[in-house]
Structures are given as structure tokens and as C-alpha cells.
Write a protein that binds this ligand. Structure first.
Ligand SMILES: Nc1ncnc2c1ncn2[C@@H]1O[C@H](COP(=O)(O)OP(=O)(O)OP(=O)(O)O)[C@@H](O)[C@H]1O
Ligand SMILES: [Mg+2]
Length: 352
């Protein structure tokens, strides 16, 4: 790694900039419960059905919208009724979205009595999302000081080859680049690792779960759990020196690694979990919004945990508004927006 990609003089999360998200959005159609796989050629009727916003950017954007965050969503959708429906859900936030001349990506989520789910997706618009569309939509906002999250990147083959240059451009323009790798569909192949290697030097905030951390390191999850600090330090070596790694850990909460220090925040109380789809994206929304609002790292982790906890306890899915959150987190996410000199540098936020 060269010195240029290891330092960030002057990068600031600026609360007056939007949180930018670049990635996948689709329509989720959830149906079930399906106990036995139907015979081909038959028809079965199931009692439960829900149609909702899906995809990493979709979940993240919907969670931020409920929190009334300042955001700029960089996605494409198809030119069809499903694409219209997605645009309607986001109102003016969708005004600049690229409408691709193809069908919208839809995922059928089949629920099973044991709460497992099986997902079936068509290629649709996500497969043709590309860097030209991203640059066009980014040109409509200021990126300096903005947090820019890449999510669902491995699901967009048209974007993948240009991700490194997009991240570099954002990084060089003063944006704080965040990446949620998610689990790559085909696993942690050499190809996936090569892409990651070319990105990590520009990634200021890496958002992963335990399994993904292990995948990046090429080790078993049990091995990762044995010495999380050492292993996160190994990933941190690939990132800029002031980067933050966040490991999302399901019912155990979340762990951050920043400046050589590890910090764990547990889930504070019981959560009546009914639907964990998008838990990670909701965590990202609370966490990144808190950073945008100048929160200290422990408060940002608590915000991520609170937003995710409220979302996964709802059915049908309801993303929490500020007034639904516990008072401490509500205060962090609704702090008055500072101006001018009051804006803290990225270093100050990280070390506070
Ligand atoms: N069973 C649970 N009980 C309480 N909180 C949970 C539970 N599952 C998830 N969460 C909350 O949601 C956050 C994100 O979930 P998780 O750790 O599963 O991330 P993820 O694996 O990235 O999720 P996703 O599958 O949506 O990508 C956790 O850090 C935690 O705060
Ligand atoms: Mg995830």
C-alpha cells in the first residue's frame, strides 16, 4: 500500500452533507410459510405475503428516510411498474434515479416455519448498474465531507470493475468512504479478494459481520472468535490508518476497531426478533447517521444497535422514527447540526 492511500489529511464528516449510498435496491416479495417444497407443476396458496423495499441501498435508504436523515441515494431501477413503485416509496429522494431500460430486480423471499428464508432473484436493473450512472447521480450533490456507503457491490457486475476508481475519486474529493461487503454470492473467491485488495486502501469505514470478517481473512469463524483483536488489526493494516472497522455480531451487538483499540457494545436489552432481513443495513443507517451527527464511536454503535433492534422487532417491517428510539439514541440522532468551526475533524470524532 502506498503512503497516499494511507492518510486522510482534512477529511471531515460534515453534518450538512448528505449520507450518500451507492448500491442495490429491489422489490422484495415475501411469501410463506413454506414447510415442504412444492412439486413442479402444482399450485399452493400461502397465508403470509408482504411486498417491501429490498436490497442493501433500499433497506438503508428506507431506514434513513424514517429517521429523517439528510441523504442522497445513488441507484438505478427498471422502467416498469415495480420501478415506479420503488420511486414512489422514496418520493423526491428518487427524482434523480437512473431509470434503466429493463425490468426491475425483484427478489422472492420464501419464508419457512423454522424462520429460514430462501431467496430467488432475477438479474434485472442491478446487473446493468454502472459507473457512468453513479458519476451522473453524484454530480448532483457535494461529496466533500459526505459519508459515501457502497453496499451490495458484488451483486452489480457492471459496477464491479470501476469500484476502485469510484472509491478513489470519492476519497480524493474528501468523502468518507464506507463499505459493507455483505456476503459475496459465490463466496470469498480469488476474484473477490482481488477486488477487495484494490478497494480497502480507500475505505474509511468497513462494515462487516463475523462471517464476513473471517471470509476476508480466509480463516474459520471459530478461529476469528479466538482472537478478534489480532485479526481485526490484520484487516486494519489494509485500510487507511484512521479507518474504523465495525463488526456486526447479531444478538451479541457490535464491535469496533479504530486507532488500534477495540470496543464492544452489547445489545442492551431483550429484542423480540421477528424478522432479521436487513438488520445489517438498519445498523449501518443508525451508525453512519450518528457519525454524521458528530457522535462519539460508542454512541454511534449504540445508535446502530438501537435502530436495527427496533426494525427487526416489527412485522410487517416498520423502520423506526426518532421518536420510536430510546431517549439517549434519539438525542444523538437529533442533535442540532453544527456549523463552521464547530464541525469536528474525522480524527476528533474517532477519538472522542
Ligand atoms: N437476534 C438479534 N437480537 C438482537 N439484535 C440483533 C439480532 N440480530 C441482529 N441484531 C442487531 O442487528 C445488527 C446487525 O445484525 P447482524 O449482526 O446480523 O448484521 P448482518 O449479518 O450484516 O445482517 P444482514 O444479514 O442484514 O446483512 C446487530 O449488530 C444487532 O445490533
Ligand atoms: Mg450484512
Amino acid at each position: 500500500m502506498n503512503a497516499m492511500t494511507k492518510s486522510h489529511p482534512g477529511i471531515r464528516p460534515d453534518p450538512i452533507r448528505p449520507i450518500i449510498s451507492i448500491g442495490t435496491i429491489n422489490v422484495d416479495q415475501l411469501m410463506g410459510p413454506i414447510a415442504d417444497w412444492p412439486q413442479p407443476g402444482t399450485e399452493t396458496v400461502y397465508p403470509d405475503y408482504e411486498m417491501r423495499i429490498g436490497g442493501g441501498c433500499g433497506n438503508f435508504g428506507a431506514a434513513l428516510m424514517a429517521l429523517d436523515a439528510h441523504q442522497h441515494i445513488v441507484v438505478n431501477v427498471g422502467k416498469d411498474a415495480m420501478g415506479d413503485w420503488l420511486c414512489e416509496q422514496f418520493g423526491p429522494l428518487a427524482d434523480h434515479w437512473h431509470r434503466s431500460d429493463t425490468v426491475t430486480s425483484v427478489t422472492f423471499g420464501l419464508t419457512h416455519p423454522d424462520k429460514e428464508r430462501t431467496f430467488l432473484s432475477n438479474e434485472g436493473h442491478s446487473s446493468i448498474f454502472d459507473a457512468k450512472m453513479v458519476r451522473e447521480m453524484l454530480s448532483e450533490t457535494r461529496v466533500d465531507g459526505a459519508i459515501a456507503l457502497f453496499v451490495g457491490t458484488f451483486l452489480m457486475p457492471g459496477l464491479l470493475p470501476d469500484c476502485a476508481s469510484l472509491m478513489k475519486e470519492l476519497h480524493d474529493s474528501g468523502a468518507i468512504v464506507a463499505l459493507d461487503t455483505a456476503w459475496p454470492t459465490g463466496g470469498w473467491s480469488d476474484d473477490v479478494q482481488t477486488h477487495l485488495e484494490s478497494w480497502l486502501g480507500y475505505v474509511d469505514i468497513l462494515l462487516i459481520n463475523d462471517a464476513e470478517a473471517s471470509g476476508i481473512l480466509g480463516i474459520a469463524q471459530t478461529e476469528f472468535a479466538r482472537d478478534i483483536e489480532t485479526y481485526l488489526a490484520r484487516i486494519a493494516d489494509k485500510l487507511p490508518s484512521d479507518a474504523i472497522i465495525v463488526v456486526k455480531r447479531g444478538a451479541a451487538g457490535a464491535t469496533a476497531f479504530a486507532g488500534g483499540n477495540i470496543l464492544h457494545v452489547p445489545v442492551p436489552g431483550p429484542v423480540d426478533v421477528v424478522d432479521t432481513v436487513g438488520a445489517g443495513d438498519c445498523f449501518n443507517a443508525g451508525f453512519l447517521m450518528a457519525l454524521q451527527m458528530q457522535a462519539a464511536l460508542p454512541d454511534a454503535l449504540r445508535a446502530g444497535i438501537e435502530v436495527a433492534g427496533k426494525a427487526i422487532a416489527s412485522n410487517p417491517r416498520k423502520y423506526p422514527e426518532i421518536s420510536d428510539l430510546c431517549p439517549d439514541v434519539a438525542a444523538v440522532l437529533s442533535a442540532p447540526v453544527p456549523t463552521g468551526e464547530e464541525i469536528m475533524t474525522f480524527d476528533q470524532v474517532e477519538n472522542s
